[in-house]
Design a protein around this ligand. Structure first.
Ligand code: DHE
Length: 512
């Protein structure tokens, strides 16, 4: 009898089949092929930032303040283990998200279209600030004069990048990491339209005429142009280098003075500029002198491919948008590109992993009374802030910090720049740097042991808002002059904050 049982595995001991488990328990929310639906995308590209232990915990215990239930009563431990391992493996069917998928996902809330052009609230609409709360995927809206929230609503799962406003501050657009783009009417407090433009998305940019919204995707390798009016699809732009290699898009920005979008590419040594004012771009054009023999790219939103020697996947512009200061996360050497001529004009000595996307500029006066435009950026790897003279492109000063940081912020009306220490044991410290002496003049510690991050100011630079990046966190309002705490507003893991005036006026102290 015993011999008969050799090689027989009873169903009770068979290895659990993750695909079957997914179909039974996960598919209804996370969609076929793990592309994400009501629940987030469960592909390795989308889970890169989530530790496996945390993914297992989410499956077992669920996620508070979301619709994700815990499965530990329903599934055995080994079932949850294989399911966890499986979602980190590539899909058998390569994920696709093309024009048809984008169009099929488009939602217009017709009842919210054409509402009166008058705010439904009493707060000054130019001094309103949005706060993204990561903890439970909400946005809170603050009255910037009195620093009180007056509205709060649920967003798509995991927003990333800065929300971008139309120049009048009425409409605002944002992206979720799973590719959902939202258009929100800030004066009527209503979602106007939504569309899923990608599977793994980085951020959005809005053209200064409000006509287009451009979406940067990691997956698929595309830029997606949408109508600023209702988010309908205008154009999918496949990101393919001159040598045929495709690339993820790290981010896209609106270069307002140039009337163009500029995209940072992760995998190819090119910077793409996409004019939106109808001016032509010439195929194969590398240098200006080739204009005459070149053929204009057909259609709207043509692409100008600026070819470089090195990948620049993180960058920053001067206030005129004539100069792009870029670096790659993998090559610790930066360069300055002149956007007009489309080539490198200087090297930047920036070691570590500069976070140029979070850089700021200001006018700095030396001992002789000479004014220099300077830019400064935090560093994701080393504990310092680097200040660069934008006339000579040389490092003016390296300001040591208590650890690597994520964000640096200031305002025209304050002499200080605020720098977080996002990583390491000092993540509870917020440095206050004097923009004149280039020295740290105060270390704030809003809550010992808790991460303090990302600063935004009100319109007048009177208050500095700091995020206490914890599930039971807070938005801490400081008096920007005395550096004293004014109040604390409880919030769920607040991260970025965006003041309408500072963003629409392209304040030098913040990202645009
Ligand atoms: Fe961000 C903006 C890249 C991780 C919060 N982040 C940006 C921008 C880029 C970027 C290129 C500028 C987009 C824009 O202006 O619209 N971020 C990256 C990364 O490459 C990185 C290191 C890793 C990743 O996988 O994305 C990264 N970012 C994070 C976080 O872990 C943060 C703290 C929490 C989160 O959202 O996941 C985070 N990033 C932010 C915020 C902004 C941002 C709040 C907007 C800042 C602003 O003031 O405009």
């Amino acid at each position: 009898m015993a011999a008969l049982c050799v090689g027989f595995i009873s169903p009770a001991h068979a290895a659990p089949d993750p695909e079957k488990l997914y179909e039974t328990h996960c598919l209804s929310c996370h969609a076929p092929n793990r592309l994400g639906g009501m629940g987030p995308t469960l592909l390795p590209e989308s889970l890169a930032r989530l530790k496996r232990a945390d993914a297992y915990k989410a499956i077992a215990e669920g996620l508070p303040a979301t619709q994700m239930p815990g499965f530990k009563e329903m599934l055995k431990e080994d079932e949850m283990q294989v399911l966890t391992a499986w979602i980190y493996t590539p899909n058998k069917i390569p994920p696709k998200w093309d024009a048809e998928d984008i169009t099929a996902s488009h939602i217009v809330n017709t009842e919210n279209v054409g509402l009166p052009a008058k705010p439904v609230f009493k707060a000054d609409p130019s001094n309103v600030t949005l706060v993204v709360e990561h903890g439970d995927h909400h946005i809170s809206i603050l009255d910037g004069d009195v620093m009180e929230p007056f509205h709060r609503f649920q967003t798509r799962y995991a927003l990333h990048g800065g929300p971008k406003f139309t120049p009048d501050g009425r409409f605002v657009y944002w992206a979720s990491r799973d590719g959902w783009i939202t258009k929100y009417d800030l004066w009527n407090l209503k979602v106007v339209a939504e569309v899923r433009a990608g599977i793994n998305t980085r951020n959005v940019a809005v053209s200064s005429d409000g006509q287009y919204v451009m979406v940067a995707n990691y997956l698929p390798h595309t830029l997606v142009a949408l109508s600023g009016k209702d988010l309908s699809l205008v154009k999918v732009i496949p990101v393919v280098a001159r040598n045929g290699k495709t690339s993820r898009v790290s981010a896209v920005y609106d270069a307002r003075p140039r009337a163009s979008f500029v995209a940072a590419l992760k995998d190819i040594p090119e910077v793409w500029e996409i004019p939106y004012d109808g001016r032509p771009v010439y195929k194969g054009l590398v240098h200006d002198y080739q204009y005459k023999e070149a053929i204009a790219e057909p259609g709207p939103l043509p692409v100008r491919q600026i070819v470089l020697d090195q990948i620049l996947d993180d960058f920053f512009f001067d206030q005129s948008y004539n100069y792009l200061m870029g670096a790659s996360r993998d090559v610790p050497k930066g360069q300055v590109v002149h956007m007009g001529v489309g080539r490198k004009i200087a090297d930047l000595d920036i070691p570590g992993m500069p976070h140029l996307g979070s850089g700021i500029t200001w006018e700095w006066t030396d001992d002789k009374g000479v004014t220099h435009p300077v830019m400064a950026s935090p560093n994701l790897k080393d504990g310092h802030i680097q200040v660069i003279d934008m006339k000579t492109w040389k490092t003016l000063k390296v300001i040591p910090t208590a650890g690597p940081g994520f964000f640096l912020r200031s305002h025209e009306e304050t002499p200080y720049a605020w720098a977080d220490v996002f990583f390491g044991k000092n993540r509870d410290v917020m440095h206050v740097i004097d923009k004149r002496s280039l020295e740290v003049v105060a270390d704030l510690k809003p809550e010992p042991g808790k991460t303090a991050t990302h600063v935004e100011f009100d319109r007048y630079g009177k208050y500095a808002l700091v995020s206490l990046w914890e599930m039971d966190g807070a938005l801490i309002v400081y008096d920007a002059k005395t550096l004293k705490e004014v109040k604390r507003l409880p919030m769920k893991r607040p991260v970025g904050k965006y003041n309408v005036w500072n963003k629409t006026r392209l304040s030098a102290g913040t990202s645009h």
